[in-house]
Design a binder for this molecule. Structure first.
Ligand code: ZN
Length: 146
């Protein structure tokens, strides 16, 4: 809740994404340099007392929230704590524009997906074989790059 408060008061400044994760300057009693891993949102560094003692602090949590929300306003639904996936009960078709946005975000997330070296080796062996599933081509491309 304290991290949400920081988020809504616009305390996250100079937010940056890099290969390893996210960094920002979070203003509190003084400005803290904060970084959060993009693989484990609950891991990172902060200059505050808790952060220096390896404890997840509100500054790291607010940077993780900023990374997920892209700085956009939080809805009341976003602020609820959910312990499992919840169905929206909305049925419908995606518009072409919405579909395109979702596809782009999936493709961007794939950048962070890592394949096991053993899988890459297996896909190399499958190169050129038709499986009739149609998903093999991008995997061949990945295994050829490695
Ligand atoms: Zn902190």
């Amino acid at each position: 809740m304290r991290a949400l408060d920081l988020y809504e008061k616009g305390k996250v400044k100079q937010f940056k994404r890099d290969y390893h994760g996210f960094s920002a300057l979070v203003s509190g009693t003084k400005p803290y340099e904060v970084s959060v891993s993009n693989q484990y949102y609950d891991q990172g560094n902060c200059q505050c007392y808790l952060g220096q003692n390896d404890t997840l602090c509100k500054h790291m949590v607010v940077v993780a929230i900023y990374a997920v929300m892209d700085g956009k306003k939080l809805s009341n639904e976003d602020k609820k704590i959910s312990l499992s996936p919840v169905c929206s009960n909305r049925l419908g078709n995606l518009e072409k524009g919405e579909l395109s946005i979702i596809k782009k975000s999936i493709i961007a997330s794939l950048e962070y997906t890592k394949l096991e070296p053993a899988c890459i080796k297996t896909f190399k062996e499958l190169t050129g074989r038709e499986t009739c599933f149609g998903w093999e081509e991008p995997l061949w491309e990945i295994s050829e790059k490695k």
